[in-house]
Design a protein around this ligand. Structure first.
Ligand SMILES: *Cc1c(COP(=O)(O)O)cnc(C)c1O
Length: 358
């Protein structure tokens, strides 16, 4: 029987990647970033597979609560913190650690009544200009946080890098210098590196690293591969051929007749489309693995299907397996054909695609 699209999750690869990250991180502790459904890999199963991580990080309260509901007792950091007193109470009740990036969040903490002592991560904006206290406002924010009652269980400091994935180190060095200047001699634990910061060339010197993408075996850099970093792909987006047809030279395939056969061709229709999260911006020629061999996408991605020119392959029939990305065809490479980044492709895998642990 042919099997339709599914995302096979290799939990061994996940743990392998964590061990590579640990080796790279030296004595720093590892906060595994599992926001956005663990970059499409399934929030709870991913966190369970990464039970050896020192902490987890998510973007939103709901994600943290889902981890707690699944019985995960490790520290969990809310990277955007909370925005209402109710959220703060809920987070405190479940022992979630909070990023504090704005004076409004300090006000919420000042209003919190009770005995719960929280781990607070104060975020400093060193140039990303997204979240965090500008370096000029950081000292005052820190002072207010120090004066909270009950006192924080622990204060830690973080910043986020804007250009760590670029080989030009200028911005990263500037951000690092600002961070060091602002936090000098304070003695708090600090966190700077995302995946690119961790595998990049600038020595960041963190107590905690915050990898996301690298855990999933994808590469944050354009000029090298995840394999070069020792990482293994975790997700295999697998499907199969649901129809095969001969297309005579001069005939077109798919919406808009966007692909025209320049010779008599064999076209395989595979069950994968933008309804599954495959971007319609995937260009003709994007490689697909059909029975383990590369074949080019022919024409436009439709909602439930895409066409692949398998003229060069032997023995393609209904049920022949096809892989959109996984071992042998990296999501990084596929993302380039869609004019996007692996993050977006992984996060786009839609709800109707079942996740299957392997
Ligand atoms: C998402 C995120 C990370 C992880 O980034 P990767 O590039 O996936 O490693 C780290 N820190 C913060 C604040 C984030 O939002």
């Amino acid at each position: 029987m042919s099997r339709l699209i599914r995302a096979v999750i290799d939990t061994h690869a996940l743990r392998h990647n964590l061990s590579i990250i640990r080796a790279r991180a030296g004595s720093a502790r590892v906060m595994a970033v599992v926001k956005a459904n663990a970059y499409g890999h399934g929030l709870v199963p991913t966190a369970l597979a990464l039970a050896q991580a020192d902490a987890f990080a998510v973007a939103r309260l709901e994600e943290g609560l889902a981890l707690r509901a699944a019985g995960i007792t490790r520290p969990i950091v809310l990277l955007e913190g909370v925005f209402t007193v109710a959220q703060l109470q809920e987070a405190a009740h479940h022992g979630l650690e909070l990023v504090v990036h704005d004076a409004l969040q300090i006000e919420l903490l000042e209003q919190l009544r009770g005995t719960q002592r929280l781990v607070l991560w104060i975020k400093i904006d060193t140039g990303m200009n997204r979240l965090g206290f500008p370096t000029t406002e950081f000292a005052a924010a820190l002072e207010r946080v120090r004066r909270l009652t009950p006192a924080p269980l622990e204060i830690r400091l973080l910043t986020h890098l804007a250009c760590a994935n670029e080989r030009d180190e200028g911005m990263t060095q500037a951000q690092l210098a600002r961070f060091r200047q602002a936090t000098r001699a304070l003695g708090y634990a600090v966190s700077i590196a995302n995946s690119a910061g961790l595998f990049g060339t600038v020595r960041l010197g963190c107590d905690w690293v915050r990898p996301g993408l690298a855990l999933y075996g994808a590469c944050p850099f354009a000029d090298c591969s995840a394999t070069d970093l020792g990482l293994k792909p975790v997700m295999t987006l697998a499907t199969s051929v649901i129809a095969v047809r001969r297309v005579a030279r001069g005939e077109s395939v798919g919406y808009g007749g966007a692909w025209v056969a320049t010779r008599d061709s064999l076209i395989a229709i595979i069950a994968a489309g933008y309804g599954d999260g495959l971007h319609r911006s995937l260009a003709g020629g994007t490689p697909v693995l059909v029975d383990g061999e590369r074949a080019p996408l022919a024409g436009r991605v439709s909602m439930d299907m895409m066409a692949v020119d398998v003229s060069g392959l032997r023995e393609v029939h209904v049920g022949t397996p096809a892989v959109l990305w996984g071992p042998g065809l990296s999501v990084d490479e596929v993302a380039r054909h869609a004019g996007t980044i692996p993050y977006e492709l992984l996060c786009s895998v839609s709800q109707r695609v079942p996740l299957e642990p392997r």
